[in-house]
Design a protein around this ligand. Sequence first.
Ligand SMILES: *Cc1c(COP(=O)(O)O)cnc(C)c1O
Length: 399
Amino acid sequence: MNLFNVDKDYQNPTMEGYYGDFGGAYIPEMLYGNVETLKTQYLQIMQDPSFQSEFQALLKDYVGRPTPLFLAERLSKEIGATIYLKREDLCHTGAHKINNTIGQIILAQRLGKKKIIAETGAGQHGVATATVCALKGMECVVYMGEKDIERQAPNVARMKMLGAKVVSAKSGSKTLKDATNEAIRAWINEPNETHYIIGSVVGPHPYPDMVARFQSVISEEIKIQLKEKTGKEFPTHVVACVGGGSNAAGAFYHFLNEPSVNLVAVEAAGHGVNSGLSAATTQLGTPGILHGSKSIVMQTNDGQVVEPHSISAGLDYPGIGPLHAFLYESKRGTFLSATDEEALESAFHLSKIEGIIPALETAHAFSVLPKMNLKASDIVVVCLSGRGDKDLATYMEHL
Ligand SMILES: *Cc1c(COP(=O)(O)O)cnc(C)c1O
Protein backbone atom coordinates (compact mmCIF):
# COMPACT_ATOMS: atom_id res chain seq x y z
CA MET A 1 0.00 0.00 0.00
CA ASN A 2 2.85 2.39 0.76
CA LEU A 3 5.37 3.46 -1.84
CA PHE A 4 7.70 5.08 0.62
CA ASN A 5 11.42 4.99 0.35
CA VAL A 6 12.93 2.88 3.12
CA ASP A 7 16.14 4.89 2.95
CA LYS A 8 14.36 7.83 4.51
CA ASP A 9 14.87 8.34 8.22
CA TYR A 10 11.56 9.37 9.67
CA GLN A 11 12.76 9.42 13.28
CA ASN A 12 15.53 11.97 13.09
CA PRO A 13 15.17 15.40 11.55
CA THR A 14 18.27 17.14 10.15
CA MET A 15 20.47 19.33 12.36
CA GLU A 16 18.23 22.26 11.45
CA GLY A 17 15.09 20.33 12.31
CA TYR A 18 13.84 19.36 8.85
CA TYR A 19 11.81 16.28 7.99
CA GLY A 20 12.04 16.46 4.21
CA ASP A 21 10.90 19.99 3.34
CA PHE A 22 9.09 20.51 6.63
CA GLY A 23 10.26 21.83 9.98
CA GLY A 24 13.00 24.33 10.76
CA ALA A 25 12.83 27.25 13.15
CA TYR A 26 11.14 30.41 11.90
CA ILE A 27 11.32 32.67 14.92
CA PRO A 28 11.68 36.34 15.81
CA GLU A 29 15.25 37.46 16.40
CA MET A 30 14.58 38.02 20.12
CA LEU A 31 14.17 34.26 20.56
CA TYR A 32 17.27 33.12 18.67
CA GLY A 33 19.41 32.83 21.80
CA ASN A 34 16.80 30.89 23.72
CA VAL A 35 15.94 28.47 20.92
CA GLU A 36 19.62 28.05 20.03
CA THR A 37 20.45 27.06 23.63
CA LEU A 38 17.63 24.57 23.59
CA LYS A 39 18.72 23.24 20.21
CA THR A 40 22.34 22.70 21.22
CA GLN A 41 21.52 21.20 24.62
CA TYR A 42 18.30 19.21 24.46
CA LEU A 43 19.75 15.93 23.20
CA GLN A 44 22.69 16.06 25.57
CA ILE A 45 20.43 16.77 28.56
CA MET A 46 17.87 14.13 27.56
CA GLN A 47 20.53 11.47 27.11
CA ASP A 48 22.17 12.21 30.45
CA PRO A 49 21.73 9.16 32.73
CA SER A 50 20.61 11.32 35.68
CA PHE A 51 17.95 12.96 33.46
CA GLN A 52 16.76 9.56 32.28
CA SER A 53 16.55 8.12 35.78
CA GLU A 54 14.50 11.09 37.05
CA PHE A 55 12.25 11.01 33.94
CA GLN A 56 11.68 7.24 34.12
CA ALA A 57 10.98 7.34 37.87
CA LEU A 58 8.35 10.07 37.45
CA LEU A 59 6.75 8.29 34.48
CA LYS A 60 6.44 5.20 36.63
CA ASP A 61 5.43 6.55 40.02
CA TYR A 62 3.71 9.83 39.15
CA VAL A 63 2.18 9.26 35.71
CA GLY A 64 1.46 5.56 36.30
CA ARG A 65 3.45 4.00 33.42
CA PRO A 66 3.63 1.62 31.76
CA THR A 67 0.03 2.09 30.66
CA PRO A 68 -1.71 -1.18 29.76
CA LEU A 69 -2.06 -2.58 26.24
CA PHE A 70 -5.58 -3.97 26.30
CA LEU A 71 -7.02 -6.55 23.92
CA ALA A 72 -10.48 -5.19 23.03
CA GLU A 73 -12.25 -8.50 22.41
CA ARG A 74 -15.74 -7.31 21.57
CA LEU A 75 -14.45 -4.58 19.29
CA SER A 76 -12.06 -7.04 17.60
CA LYS A 77 -14.91 -9.42 16.89
CA GLU A 78 -17.03 -6.65 15.42
CA ILE A 79 -14.24 -5.25 13.20
CA GLY A 80 -12.87 -8.66 12.22
CA ALA A 81 -9.24 -8.07 13.25
CA THR A 82 -7.26 -8.09 16.49
CA ILE A 83 -7.54 -4.67 18.12
CA TYR A 84 -5.38 -3.58 21.04
CA LEU A 85 -5.90 -0.32 22.91
CA LYS A 86 -2.92 1.58 24.28
CA ARG A 87 -4.40 3.07 27.43
CA GLU A 88 -2.98 6.60 27.64
CA ASP A 89 -6.33 7.55 29.18
CA LEU A 90 -5.04 5.95 32.37
CA CYS A 91 -2.15 8.41 32.72
CA HIS A 92 -2.29 10.92 35.59
CA THR A 93 -4.44 13.88 34.41
CA GLY A 94 -6.22 11.63 31.91
CA ALA A 95 -4.19 11.78 28.69
CA HIS A 96 -0.78 11.37 27.07
CA LYS A 97 0.09 15.06 27.39
CA ILE A 98 1.78 14.62 30.75
CA ASN A 99 4.54 12.41 29.24
CA ASN A 100 5.78 15.56 27.49
CA THR A 101 5.26 18.08 30.30
CA ILE A 102 7.16 15.85 32.77
CA GLY A 103 10.07 15.68 30.33
CA GLN A 104 10.08 19.40 29.64
CA ILE A 105 9.87 20.48 33.28
CA ILE A 106 12.94 18.41 34.16
CA LEU A 107 14.71 19.87 31.12
CA ALA A 108 13.70 23.43 32.13
CA GLN A 109 15.15 22.89 35.60
CA ARG A 110 18.41 21.70 34.10
CA LEU A 111 18.52 24.79 31.89
CA GLY A 112 18.20 26.91 35.06
CA LYS A 113 14.78 28.32 34.12
CA LYS A 114 12.62 29.89 36.84
CA LYS A 115 9.31 30.28 35.09
CA ILE A 116 7.13 28.20 32.78
CA ILE A 117 4.72 29.51 30.20
CA ALA A 118 2.33 27.49 28.05
CA GLU A 119 -0.62 27.92 25.74
CA THR A 120 -3.74 25.82 25.86
CA GLY A 121 -6.93 25.38 23.86
CA ALA A 122 -9.23 23.02 25.70
CA GLY A 123 -7.09 23.34 28.79
CA GLN A 124 -5.69 19.79 28.69
CA HIS A 125 -2.13 20.90 28.02
CA GLY A 126 -2.58 23.75 30.50
CA VAL A 127 -3.62 21.27 33.19
CA ALA A 128 -0.71 18.92 32.37
CA THR A 129 1.69 21.88 32.57
CA ALA A 130 0.21 23.32 35.78
CA THR A 131 0.44 19.84 37.29
CA VAL A 132 4.17 19.41 36.70
CA CYS A 133 4.84 23.02 37.81
CA ALA A 134 3.11 22.24 41.10
CA LEU A 135 5.15 19.04 41.35
CA LYS A 136 8.40 20.96 40.88
CA GLY A 137 7.48 24.24 42.59
CA MET A 138 7.87 26.35 39.43
CA GLU A 139 5.95 29.53 38.56
CA CYS A 140 3.41 28.79 35.83
CA VAL A 141 1.51 31.12 33.48
CA VAL A 142 -0.93 29.61 30.99
CA TYR A 143 -2.27 31.61 28.02
CA MET A 144 -5.76 30.73 26.90
CA GLY A 145 -8.23 32.33 24.48
CA GLU A 146 -11.01 34.30 26.16
CA LYS A 147 -13.61 32.16 24.41
CA ASP A 148 -11.92 28.93 25.51
CA ILE A 149 -11.78 30.17 29.12
CA GLU A 150 -15.56 30.42 29.03
CA ARG A 151 -16.03 27.08 27.24
CA GLN A 152 -13.61 25.10 29.40
CA ALA A 153 -14.42 26.30 32.89
CA PRO A 154 -13.57 23.02 34.71
CA ASN A 155 -10.03 22.98 33.29
CA VAL A 156 -9.54 26.65 34.14
CA ALA A 157 -10.54 25.82 37.71
CA ARG A 158 -8.11 22.88 37.75
CA MET A 159 -5.22 25.05 36.57
CA LYS A 160 -5.98 27.68 39.22
CA MET A 161 -6.24 25.05 41.92
CA LEU A 162 -2.83 23.74 40.84
CA GLY A 163 -1.39 27.21 41.39
CA ALA A 164 -1.12 28.44 37.78
CA LYS A 165 -2.01 31.92 36.57
CA VAL A 166 -4.38 31.80 33.59
CA VAL A 167 -4.06 34.76 31.22
CA SER A 168 -6.87 35.49 28.78
CA ALA A 169 -5.97 36.10 25.12
CA LYS A 170 -8.45 38.65 23.79
CA SER A 171 -7.19 39.09 20.24
CA GLY A 172 -8.43 37.53 16.98
CA SER A 173 -10.85 34.67 17.37
CA LYS A 174 -9.95 34.46 21.11
CA THR A 175 -9.02 30.76 20.79
CA LEU A 176 -5.92 28.55 20.66
CA LYS A 177 -3.96 30.26 17.90
CA ASP A 178 -4.40 33.63 19.64
CA ALA A 179 -3.28 32.12 22.95
CA THR A 180 -0.20 30.77 21.14
CA ASN A 181 0.58 34.23 19.77
CA GLU A 182 0.27 35.73 23.27
CA ALA A 183 2.52 33.06 24.77
CA ILE A 184 5.18 33.71 22.12
CA ARG A 185 4.96 37.44 22.87
CA ALA A 186 5.43 36.78 26.59
CA TRP A 187 8.39 34.55 25.84
CA ILE A 188 10.02 37.32 23.79
CA ASN A 189 9.68 39.67 26.77
CA GLU A 190 11.50 37.38 29.20
CA PRO A 191 13.45 34.86 27.11
CA ASN A 192 16.22 34.09 29.58
CA GLU A 193 14.39 33.02 32.72
CA THR A 194 11.41 31.46 30.93
CA HIS A 195 10.89 28.05 29.36
CA TYR A 196 7.95 27.70 27.00
CA ILE A 197 6.39 24.23 27.25
CA ILE A 198 4.82 23.54 23.87
CA GLY A 199 2.14 20.85 24.07
CA SER A 200 2.49 19.02 20.76
CA VAL A 201 5.00 18.14 18.03
CA VAL A 202 4.73 21.66 16.61
CA GLY A 203 6.68 24.91 16.98
CA PRO A 204 10.25 25.73 16.03
CA HIS A 205 12.99 23.09 16.03
CA PRO A 206 13.86 21.44 18.42
CA TYR A 207 10.31 21.24 19.85
CA PRO A 208 8.83 18.76 17.34
CA ASP A 209 11.71 16.33 17.81
CA MET A 210 11.93 16.87 21.57
CA VAL A 211 8.19 16.31 22.13
CA ALA A 212 8.22 13.24 19.84
CA ARG A 213 11.07 11.76 21.89
CA PHE A 214 9.24 12.36 25.18
CA GLN A 215 6.07 10.79 23.76
CA SER A 216 7.99 7.89 22.18
CA VAL A 217 7.60 6.01 25.45
CA ILE A 218 4.17 5.07 24.08
CA SER A 219 5.52 2.96 21.18
CA GLU A 220 8.47 1.74 23.25
CA GLU A 221 5.94 0.14 25.59
CA ILE A 222 3.71 -1.08 22.73
CA LYS A 223 6.61 -3.07 21.26
CA ILE A 224 7.41 -4.79 24.55
CA GLN A 225 3.76 -5.43 25.44
CA LEU A 226 2.84 -6.72 21.99
CA LYS A 227 5.81 -9.10 22.07
CA GLU A 228 4.61 -10.46 25.40
CA LYS A 229 1.06 -10.92 24.16
CA THR A 230 1.53 -12.07 20.56
CA GLY A 231 5.18 -13.03 20.24
CA LYS A 232 5.66 -10.23 17.68
CA GLU A 233 6.97 -6.73 18.25
CA PHE A 234 5.29 -5.18 15.25
CA PRO A 235 1.57 -4.67 14.72
CA THR A 236 0.26 -4.40 11.15
CA HIS A 237 -1.35 -1.01 11.88
CA VAL A 238 -1.07 1.77 14.43
CA VAL A 239 -3.97 4.22 14.50
CA ALA A 240 -3.99 7.59 16.28
CA CYS A 241 -5.85 10.89 16.11
CA VAL A 242 -3.91 13.99 15.09
CA GLY A 243 -4.33 17.52 16.37
CA GLY A 244 -0.76 18.79 16.38
CA GLY A 245 0.27 15.14 16.34
CA SER A 246 1.99 14.30 19.63
CA ASN A 247 0.07 11.17 20.64
CA ALA A 248 0.40 9.92 17.05
CA ALA A 249 4.13 10.72 16.97
CA GLY A 250 4.60 8.84 20.25
CA ALA A 251 2.56 5.84 19.09
CA PHE A 252 4.31 5.74 15.68
CA TYR A 253 7.85 6.56 16.81
CA HIS A 254 9.47 3.13 17.13
CA PHE A 255 7.65 1.92 14.01
CA LEU A 256 8.46 4.91 11.77
CA ASN A 257 11.33 3.19 10.02
CA GLU A 258 9.63 -0.21 9.99
CA PRO A 259 7.86 -0.43 6.61
CA SER A 260 5.67 -3.41 7.55
CA VAL A 261 3.77 -1.24 10.05
CA ASN A 262 1.00 0.91 8.52
CA LEU A 263 0.74 4.26 10.26
CA VAL A 264 -2.77 5.66 10.21
CA ALA A 265 -3.37 9.27 11.29
CA VAL A 266 -6.92 10.51 11.79
CA GLU A 267 -7.76 14.18 11.44
CA ALA A 268 -10.95 15.96 12.46
CA ALA A 269 -13.25 16.60 9.51
CA GLY A 270 -15.65 18.69 11.61
CA HIS A 271 -18.93 19.05 9.68
CA GLY A 272 -17.23 17.42 6.65
CA VAL A 273 -13.90 18.01 4.90
CA ASN A 274 -15.40 20.43 2.36
CA SER A 275 -18.01 22.02 4.62
CA GLY A 276 -15.95 25.09 5.54
CA LEU A 277 -16.06 23.87 9.14
CA SER A 278 -13.23 21.36 9.35
CA ALA A 279 -9.77 20.79 10.81
CA ALA A 280 -8.56 18.18 8.27
CA THR A 281 -5.24 19.93 7.70
CA THR A 282 -3.63 17.56 5.18
CA GLN A 283 -6.79 17.53 3.04
CA LEU A 284 -7.30 21.30 3.04
CA GLY A 285 -3.89 22.79 3.73
CA THR A 286 -0.89 23.89 1.71
CA PRO A 287 2.77 24.32 2.68
CA GLY A 288 3.26 27.33 4.91
CA ILE A 289 4.73 28.57 8.17
CA LEU A 290 2.76 28.41 11.38
CA HIS A 291 3.99 28.93 14.94
CA GLY A 292 7.66 28.68 14.09
CA SER A 293 7.93 25.83 11.62
CA LYS A 294 7.22 25.02 8.00
CA SER A 295 4.44 22.49 7.61
CA ILE A 296 1.04 22.04 6.05
CA VAL A 297 -1.30 24.83 7.11
CA MET A 298 -4.95 25.65 6.48
CA GLN A 299 -4.65 29.07 4.86
CA THR A 300 -6.20 31.33 2.26
CA ASN A 301 -4.41 32.06 -1.04
CA ASP A 302 -2.83 35.14 0.51
CA GLY A 303 -1.59 33.24 3.56
CA GLN A 304 -4.22 34.10 6.17
CA VAL A 305 -4.73 31.20 8.59
CA VAL A 306 -8.19 29.69 8.17
CA GLU A 307 -10.20 29.20 11.34
CA PRO A 308 -10.48 25.43 11.92
CA HIS A 309 -13.45 23.64 13.41
CA SER A 310 -13.79 20.40 15.33
CA ILE A 311 -16.14 19.24 18.06
CA SER A 312 -13.01 18.22 19.96
CA ALA A 313 -10.94 21.16 21.15
CA GLY A 314 -7.72 19.10 21.04
CA LEU A 315 -8.01 18.58 17.27
CA ASP A 316 -9.19 22.11 16.50
CA TYR A 317 -5.85 23.30 15.08
CA PRO A 318 -5.13 24.72 11.59
CA GLY A 319 -1.73 23.00 11.29
CA ILE A 320 0.04 19.71 11.90
CA GLY A 321 3.54 18.89 13.11
CA PRO A 322 6.31 18.80 10.45
CA LEU A 323 6.94 15.08 10.97
CA HIS A 324 3.32 14.40 10.04
CA ALA A 325 3.50 16.72 7.03
CA PHE A 326 6.44 14.60 5.87
CA LEU A 327 4.64 11.31 6.59
CA TYR A 328 1.74 12.62 4.53
CA GLU A 329 3.77 13.97 1.63
CA SER A 330 5.99 10.87 1.34
CA LYS A 331 2.97 8.57 1.74
CA ARG A 332 4.62 6.78 4.67
CA GLY A 333 1.48 7.62 6.64
CA THR A 334 -2.16 7.15 5.66
CA PHE A 335 -4.24 10.18 6.55
CA LEU A 336 -7.94 9.65 7.13
CA SER A 337 -10.55 11.83 8.79
CA ALA A 338 -13.69 11.54 10.88
CA THR A 339 -16.52 14.05 11.26
CA ASP A 340 -17.91 15.42 14.52
CA GLU A 341 -20.89 13.13 14.17
CA GLU A 342 -18.80 10.03 13.46
CA ALA A 343 -16.62 10.79 16.48
CA LEU A 344 -19.63 11.17 18.75
CA GLU A 345 -21.03 7.89 17.48
CA SER A 346 -17.72 6.12 18.12
CA ALA A 347 -17.43 7.56 21.62
CA PHE A 348 -20.86 6.18 22.53
CA HIS A 349 -20.15 2.89 20.83
CA LEU A 350 -16.77 2.29 22.49
CA SER A 351 -18.31 3.12 25.87
CA LYS A 352 -21.00 0.46 25.38
CA ILE A 353 -18.89 -2.21 23.77
CA GLU A 354 -15.71 -2.01 25.89
CA GLY A 355 -16.69 -0.04 29.00
CA ILE A 356 -14.25 2.75 28.20
CA ILE A 357 -15.44 6.35 27.74
CA PRO A 358 -12.86 7.95 25.44
CA ALA A 359 -12.00 11.61 24.92
CA LEU A 360 -13.70 13.14 21.88
CA GLU A 361 -10.28 13.50 20.20
CA THR A 362 -9.60 9.80 20.68
CA ALA A 363 -13.04 8.84 19.39
CA HIS A 364 -11.98 10.09 15.92
CA ALA A 365 -9.34 7.35 15.77
CA PHE A 366 -11.97 4.65 16.38
CA SER A 367 -14.26 6.01 13.67
CA VAL A 368 -11.97 4.87 10.85
CA LEU A 369 -11.61 1.21 11.92
CA PRO A 370 -14.62 -0.04 9.89
CA LYS A 371 -13.31 1.81 6.79
CA MET A 372 -9.83 0.29 6.85
CA ASN A 373 -10.70 -3.03 5.15
CA LEU A 374 -8.89 -4.95 7.86
CA LYS A 375 -8.20 -8.68 7.57
CA ALA A 376 -8.59 -11.30 10.30
CA SER A 377 -4.81 -11.64 10.54
CA ASP A 378 -4.27 -7.90 11.13
CA ILE A 379 -3.05 -6.71 14.50
CA VAL A 380 -4.08 -3.12 15.10
CA VAL A 381 -3.02 -0.87 17.96
CA VAL A 382 -5.22 2.16 18.58
CA CYS A 383 -3.74 4.90 20.73
CA LEU A 384 -6.43 5.67 23.30
CA SER A 385 -5.02 9.14 23.89
CA GLY A 386 -7.35 10.29 26.66
CA ARG A 387 -10.43 9.70 28.78
CA GLY A 388 -13.79 11.30 28.21
CA ASP A 389 -14.52 12.93 31.58
CA LYS A 390 -13.65 16.36 30.19
CA ASP A 391 -16.17 15.86 27.36
CA LEU A 392 -19.10 14.82 29.49
CA ALA A 393 -20.98 18.10 28.91
CA THR A 394 -20.84 17.48 25.14
CA TYR A 395 -21.80 13.82 25.55
CA MET A 396 -24.77 14.79 27.76
CA GLU A 397 -26.16 16.95 24.94
CA HIS A 398 -26.28 13.82 22.76
CA LEU A 399 -27.46 11.15 25.21
C1 LIG B 1 -4.61 17.26 23.15
C2 LIG B 1 -5.17 15.96 22.85
C3 LIG B 1 -5.05 15.38 21.56
C4 LIG B 1 -4.43 16.10 20.39
O1 LIG B 1 -3.10 16.45 20.53
P1 LIG B 1 -1.94 15.64 19.78
O2 LIG B 1 -0.74 16.51 20.00
O3 LIG B 1 -2.33 15.56 18.35
O4 LIG B 1 -1.84 14.32 20.40
C5 LIG B 1 -5.55 14.11 21.36
N1 LIG B 1 -6.16 13.43 22.35
C6 LIG B 1 -6.30 13.94 23.60
C7 LIG B 1 -6.99 13.13 24.63
C8 LIG B 1 -5.81 15.22 23.89
O5 LIG B 1 -5.97 15.72 25.12
